[in-house]
Write a protein that binds this ligand. Structure first.
Ligand code: OAD
Length: 240
């Protein structure tokens, strides 16, 4: 179902690690990617944190430092501009990201739904409160909310945990008239299943990726290449 006027008013965008790749934040499943070099079961599960909190915190401290040092690329910027342009004409761009960096926000996106949480927030396993976390976490830290020691963790979603904001995501998917997936492998659920939900609603679906994703055959349209090029070009067709 190729895109054509009348232009969609409510666009659901799902982004993954590929949108931040050209900002220097390596994806997970590419050759040499994060999960090729590190075992996610030892670094990104509640069990790993319980068994060896120092190693898990160090891993996320390094990732947080990398994210803080990175800058948004033209794909992030184009998404922020499209959000503003659609809002101006009474539409909406719902931006759902699996990324834990803040590059969408720093590019100017106003409403970003982080379904896998945020590196720049911490969470206390004792009081469940969340707090800003611009720097490193340490096993000796006291929770700024309840003062418990050794209970601070990054507010990111680990394997075996429930993604955040699922009700808002479901509502946005139900209202969208275009679904776009950018730089995501289609390997991790529930996000990987969203294209099928869009398909079931008979709305157009488009994949923008470096190469065909695991569920590429579910999309009506695909554009392959670096996100810094495909994303601005594709979004220009929606807003110009
Ligand atoms: P992946 O690393 O699995 O996939 C990244 C996708 O981006 C791949 O399909 C690449 O082909 C594509 N890609 C790479 N560079 C690109 C570029 N410059 N332009 C466009 N596309 C590019 O990352 P995700 O699908 O986001 O979860 O991973 C989903 C989740 O799995 C992550 O949120 C994380 C991970 O394990 C948790 O940590 C819970």
């Amino acid at each position: 179902m190729p895109l054509r006027a009348p232009f969609p008013k409510t666009v659901f965008v799902l982004t993954g690690a590929g949108v931040s790749a050209e900002s220097g934040l390596g994806p997970f499943r590419d050759r040499g990617g994060m999960w090729a070099r590190f075992d996610p079961m030892r670094l990104a599960t509640p069990e790993a944190f319980a068994a060896d909190p120092g190693t898990v915190l160090d891993f996320y401290n390094l990732r947080r430092r990398g994210a803080v040092a990175a800058a948004p690329n033209p794909a992030h910027v184009a998404l922020a501009q499209a959000e503003a342009a659609l809002a101006e004409r009474g539409g909406r761009l719902f931006l759902c990201t699996q990324n834990v960096d803040d590059l969408h926000e720093r590019a100017g996106s106003r409403a970003v739904v982080h379904m896998h949480g945020e590196l720049l927030k911490g969470r206390c396993t004792a009081c469940a409160g969340t707090f800003p976390c611009p720097g490193d976490l340490d096993v000796a830290d006291a929770c700024p909310l309840c003062s418990a020691v050794g209970t601070s963790r990054p507010d990111v979603v680990w394997f075996g945990e429930m993604p955040h904001h699922l009700d808002a995501i479901q509502a946005a998917l139900s209202a969208a008239d275009l679904f776009v997936a950018i730089g995501t492998s289609g390997a991790v659920y529930p996000a990987a299943g969203y294209v099928r939900l869009a398909q079931a609603r008979n709305i157009p679906t488009c994949e923008l990726n470096a190469e065909p994703s695991d569920n590429a055959n579910a999309f009506d349209e695909a554009r392959y290449g670096p996100a810094s090029e495909t994303v601005p070009a594709f979004l220009a067709t929606l807003t110009s």
